[in-house]
Design a protein around this ligand. Structure first.
Ligand code: NAD
Ligand code: UDP
Length: 325
């Protein structure tokens, strides 16, 4: 099995930012059908409107913490269902824990019933506020189990343990992607993550809201690169966790500068309090992905930001008034 031609694929969380890019790429790569299951808690039906004409896409509104029923054969189950932005998972703490635990188990059961490959979208947050830098996959992390981010971090850590248990106990073919900060079109303007926030602020001519002193670091990966990594991982036989992210690390102040340069916006910085447990530094060690998947990001931050600006410009454009009847 070395491509998706003729494969039937289930995507949990397919109406979200990354899920919708994944559905698009699967259909472009010849999947016979893509079935998206999503309860739209942080996703949006609009994300799949331009994807549907590309092939056979079935969009099902369903909460994956409820049992999953999908008729017919399934070759792959991708589990992307989970609130992912800090403001989303702080507002939806119990939902985040439930989708990461019960939702993941429902996805695993479906994959087991169908003898499908199961891919778990895990996260760099399993490393918490890391004491090892950059983060290799064999670092176990530094997570506060009762802090504001715990609902997400611990759900994802539990998810990895559960996926591994299904592989060990049931021989399920599983993959674990530890995704680092990823951005691009179809993010929600108001999801609170730094990329849509700064791009929106640049387009409105507002100051950039930098949390803390802005010296904390992140490494930003463009969505197209990330999806390419997910597909390579799904098609590989790599069962151990794999970091997928862009190793170009920068401070949040440098990121504000990059946004300013791409947009030509004069925006100043307005410093705001740093949220509790905000990780100080984050950069993936992608040696494993380079070696085992021959994968590394190709899109520069500047190119990715140009495409992201184009998307948000459209989203923010005043809507045409409805024609009079
Ligand atoms: P997103 O919020 O845009 O997408 C998540 C999708 O899951 C949404 O469409 C949401 O409605 C759906 N969902 C949530 N709970 C559900 C439930 N109970 N039942 C059905 N659907 C449910 O976020 P995203 O950035 O696209 O993230 C997708 C996945 O990738 C998540 O699992 C996230 O943890 C992981 N991830 C993303 C990043 C990133 O930088 N974007 C980084 C690390 C990990
Ligand atoms: N951040 C910021 N201003 C904002 C939003 C976020 O300075 O308006 C900071 C945030 O404190 C963090 C970094 O940008 O240090 C990345 O935040 P994001 O929410 O995008 O992702 P995560 O914290 O999950 O890496």
């Amino acid at each position: 099995m070395n491509d998706f031609k003729g494969r039937r694929v289930v995507v949990l969380g397919g109406s979200g930012f990354l899920g919708s890019h994944l559905c698009e790429r699967l259909l472009r790569d010849g999947a016979s059908e893509v079935v998206s299951l999503d309860n739209l808690v942080t996703g949006n039906e609009r994300n799949l409107v331009d994807v549907a004409p590309l092939g056979n896409l079935r969009v099902v509104i369903h909460d994956v913490t409820e049992p999953l029923r999908v008729d017919g054969p399934v070759d792959f189950v991708f589990n992307l269902a989970s609130p992912a932005s800090p403001i989303d998972f702080v507002q939806l703490p119990i939902e985040t824990l439930r989708v990461g635990s019960i939702g993941t188990e429902n996805g695993l059961r479906l994959a087991r019933e169908k003898k499908a490959v199961f891919l778990q979208a895990s996260t760099s947050e399993v490393y918490g506020d890391p004491l090892v830098h950059p983060q290799p996959e064999d670092y176990w992390g530094n997570v506060n189990p009762v802090g504001p981010r715990a609902v997400y971090d611990e759900a994802k850590r539990y998810g990895e343990a559960l996926v591994t248990a299904y592989a060990r106990m049931h021989g399920l073919r599983t993959r674990i992607a530890r995704i680092f900060n990823t951005y691009g079109p179809k993010m929600r303007l108001e999801d609170g993550r730094v990329v849509p926030t700064f791009v929106g602020q640049a387009l409105r001519g507002e100051d950039f809201t930098v949390f803390g002193d802005g010296t904390q670091t992140r490494s930003f990966c463009y969505a197209r690169d990330l999806i390419d990594g997910l597909l390579r991982l799904a098609l590989s036989d790599v069962t151990e966790p794999i970091n997928l992210g862009n190793p170009r690390e920068m401070t949040i102040l440098q990121f504000a500068e990059a946004v300013r340069n791409v947009h030509g916006h004069e925006g100043r910085v307005a410093f705001k309090p740093l949220p509790k447990d905000d990780p100080r530094q984050r950069r993936p060690d992608i040696t494993r992905a380079q070696t085992l998947l021959s994968w590394e990001p190709r899109v520069s931050l500047e190119e990715g930001l140009v495409e992201t600006f184009a998307w948000f410009r459209k989203v923010m454009a005043p809507k045409e008034p409805a024609p009079r009847t």
